[in-house]
Design a protein around this ligand. Structure first.
Ligand SMILES: O=C(CNCCc1c[nH]c2ccccc12)Nc1scc(-c2ccccc2)c1C(=O)NCc1ccccc1
Length: 330
C-alpha cells in the first residue's frame, strides 16, 4: 500500500505544516503536524478543556464506533520550547492520504500548553520519530509509520516541504517526479530516537565549502535551522547590521539586508538554501527588523535541521535496517 497527502503551511511564514488525516468511524478529519522530531501521535479531543481549545478540530472517541480506550495508559510530552501536552490514550482507525492503520494509538489531550491553544490551525501532531521516544506509559506505543510498515510497498516515507506553498508527504513509495538526479543517502543512528545523521559540511554564500561533520537531527516539526555557533556567526558576519540579540533570543538584522545563501552537504551532494528562507520573519508586523531562519544551537544541546533546511530538498526517511535518510534536489 501507499499514501500521499498535502503538507500545508499554517501561517504566512511556514511556522509549521499540517496534513489532513482521518480518525475513527465515521471518519473525523483533523489537520495534524507530521513531526519527525517526536514520536507521540496526539490530538485535541473531546477531553481537552474547552478553555484550552481555540478553533481547533477535535477528535471525539465517543462518536467513533471503532474507538477503544487503552485503559490505564497516560502520556505527557514536553518540547524544547517549553510547550507540551498530556492525556489518555485510545486506539482507533487512522488514515493519512488513503493509507489506513487499524487500532493506531491516538493520544487524546486532557491538557495542552498555551502555545498549542494559540495555533488555531493545528489539531495535534503525528510523531514520525522512532517509537522508542513515545511517552505513553505503562506500555509505549508505535508510530503510524511503524504500524503501517508491514503493508507499505517500500519501507519509506518522504517529505517535500515547500517555501510559502503546499508540499506533500508520501508513504510507501518514492515519487520520481518530485526531484531531479539521484537521492543521496547517509546513515542514520536512531539513538535516542531521532533521525540523527551528519552533514558533510557547509558553505556561506559563494564561499568555499567547509568539509566538517555536523551531527544533528532532521526534524519536520521544528521550524528553523539550528547549527553550531561558529557556523552561524560566520554566516551573519556577511549580513550588514546583523546582531545576536539577547532581547529577541537570536540573530536579527535589517529586513532590507541582502542575505547570502547557505549550502549544506550530504555526503558528496550539496543543497543550497535560498536567502529568502533565512530572512524568516519580521520581529513584529510593523518592524523593519527581521529574525533569521538560521540560529545557534548552543542553547539546545543538539543541532536541528528543521523546516528551513528540509524545504530546500526532497527528503527520504528510510525505515530499512539499518535506517538511512536521503536527500534529492528539487
Ligand atoms: O520537539 C521536536 C519536534 N516537535 C516540535 C513540536 C512543537 C513544539 N511547539 C510547536 C509549535 C507548533 C508546531 C509544533 C510544535 N524537536 C525537537 S528534538 C530536540 C528538541 C529540543 C531539545 C532541547 C532544546 C530545544 C529543542 C526539539 C524541539 O523542542 N523542537 C522545537 C523547538 C526547537 C527550538 C526552539 C523552539 C522549538
Amino acid at each position: 500500500d501507499t499514501g500521499s497527502a498535502a503538507a500545508v503551511p499554517i501561517n504566512e511564514v511556514d511556522i509549521a505544516y499540517v496534513t489532513p488525516v482521518t480518525v475513527g468511524t465515521p471518519p473525523q478529519t483533523l489537520m495534524l503536524d507530521l513531526d519527525t522530531g517526536s514520536s507521540d501521535l496526539w490530538v485535541f479531543s473531546s477531553l481537552t478543556p474547552s478553555s484550552q481549545v481555540r478553533g481547533q478540530e477535535i477528535y471525539s472517541p465517543a462518536k467513533s464506533s471503532t474507538s477503544k480506550l487503552l485503559s490505564g495508559h497516560t502520556w505527557s510530552i514536553r518540547y524544547g520550547d517549553g510547550s507540551g501536552s498530556r492525556g489518555t490514550v485510545y486506539t482507533d482507525n487512522f488514515t493519512i492520504g488513503g493509507l489506513e492503520v487499524e487500532s493506531q494509538a491516538v493520544q487524546t489531550a486532557q491538557e495542552v500548553s498555551s502555545s498549542f491553544t494559540q495555533e488555531q490551525s493545528l489539531d495535534g501532531l503525528v510523531g514520525l520519530g522512532f517509537s522508542t521516544l513515545n511517552t505513553v506509559r505503562p506500555s509505549s506505543q508505535l508510530t503510524f509509520f511503524d504500524n503501517a510498515r508491514p503493508k507499505l510497498d517500500e519501507e519509506v516515507f518522504t517529505a517535500d516541504l515547500k517555501y510559502h506553498a503546499t508540499g506533500s508527504y508520501d508513504f510507501g513509495f518514492i515519487d520520481r517526479a518530485k526531484y531531479t538526479g539521484n537521492i543521496t543517502y547517509t546513515p542514520v543512528q536512531q539513538s535516542p530516537g531521532y533521525w540523527t545523521h551528519s552533514l558533510s559540511g557547509y558553505a556561506v554564500g559563494s564561499g568555499a565549502f567547509q568539509s566538517t561533520q555536523i551531527q544533528g537531527i532532521s526534524d519536520t516539526g521544528t521550524t528553523l535551522l539550528y547549527l553550531p555557533t561558529a557556523i552561524v556567526t560566520a554566516y551573519y558576519r556577511q549580513v550588514q547590521g546583523a546582531q545576536n540579540s539577547q532581547y529577541y533570543g537570536g540573530y536579527v538584522f535589517p529586513c532590507s539586508s541582502t542575505l547570502p545563501t547557505f549550502t549544506f552537504g550530504i555526503e558528496g551532494a550539496r543543497f543550497t538554501i535560498p536567502a529568502s528562507y533565512i530572512n524568516y520573519t519580521r520581529i513584529s508586523p510593523t518592524s523593519s527588523t527581521c529574525y533569521g531562519g538560521l540560529q545557534s544551537s548552543s542553547g539546545l544541546g543538539i543541532n536541528i535541521f528543521g523546516d528551513v533546511a528540509l524545504k530546500a530538498a526532497f527528503v527520504v526517511f528510510s525505515g530499512t535496517n539499518p535506517p538511512r535518510i536521503g536527500f534529492g534536489t528539487k
